[in-house]
Design a protein around this ligand. Sequence first.
Ligand code: SF4
Length: 444
Amino acid sequence: MATILPSPPKVGMVSLGCPKNLVDSERILTKLRADGYAMSADYAGADVVLVNTCGFLDSAKEESLEAIGEAIAENGRVIVTGCMGKEAEVIRTRFPGVLAVTGAHQYEEVVGAVHEAAPMPPSAFLDLVPATELKLTPRHYSYLKISEGCNHRCSFCIIPALRGDLVSRRPDAILREAEKLVAAGTRELLVISQDTSAYGLDLRHASYPLKGGGEVRAHMTDLSRELGKLGAWVRLHYVYPYPHVDHVIPLMAEGLVLPYLDIPFQHAAPAVLKRMKRPANDAKVLERLRNWRSIAPDITIRSTFVVGFPGETEADFQYLLDWLDEAQLDRVGAFRFEPVEGAAANDLDGAVSEEVKEERYARIMEKTAAISAAKLEAKIGRVLDVIIDEADEDGGATGRSKADAPEIDGQVFLRDAPGLKPGDFVRVEIEDADEHDLYGVPVA
Ligand code: SF4
């Protein structure tokens, strides 16, 4: 006689904010799947909806509140988690019907709230644990969170207040997770944290035993080397230019780690960096960049900058533009300064008017787009390794080179590329370029 299993409750998820939040969402969903829950792709089919919020900027908070409002209107049974969990009162006042509010990384609490809101029917046959964490990113790339929190206190940032000081994961646990991801089809590992270069500081860079023998130190260089041996692309995000980062560059030259560093410089003018209280605020950064390029000539440096920070003078801003001329960064994102509730920078004098912020934003974008266009034009005629993200039925495909992280950098658009699928690696001859993207054709 067939055993009919009771159908499990369905959980919907809205994940907002940065890749770090996405990793948290994946963890929560993995645990819920392991507990037997099913997932719902829409509000209508969900027994309960989780909204994983971002509270980094006021605009992100507003977006989070809008998402909660939409989930309440569409479904009505809503649990809120993530960075805005710190502001439970605000959420409860605006949405009294919310079932529960939990904070960032309170995995047990949020899973417990789901169990309470949509209890599992009892069953002796539940063995639904997936081989790897349920992923919200496409199967061929995965974010790998190596630590949580931050020991710095940048004056514009409330992340340490939201997420606490640095807590690193054990390197052997990270490697186990990475191995499972690669075995399940991941071709690119995106290493994330608040400060990747600080990894292992809280563990005093201790060594941990590896499964197959030997050991690995809780240190960015050692972890990167071990990750590089797994055979997937390894891309490092949120790296600060501390001197020890120099030791990672040879790993790029050896092909173990992608020649790519995401370094959020935020500014270049010493006076502004000081007011921002930025880590690794080193006057010799330009020299270090030159050195890195001499070791790994193809290295791509991506960064973000804030314009209109309190006290930023026209001379400071011009310093930044001149610095960018010298630094020749490959990929740059810029933001107009926005005061975040609770950030120390809000008490600084010298507020920059919205008009001036707008004007500086336009100037930095123009400058960095020109640098990017020239750098991409120099790639025309070269053959590059590309990972495929999407393939269409007409023989076209879209991918990324080693210089492009998903979501934030450019893409490579392919013609005459039939038979490809996401996660394939192809060699591509670059035929054309614009400010952000490349165009090419696969070569044998
Ligand atoms: S390094 Fe600064 S900006 Fe980054 S998370 Fe830490 S405090 Fe925030």
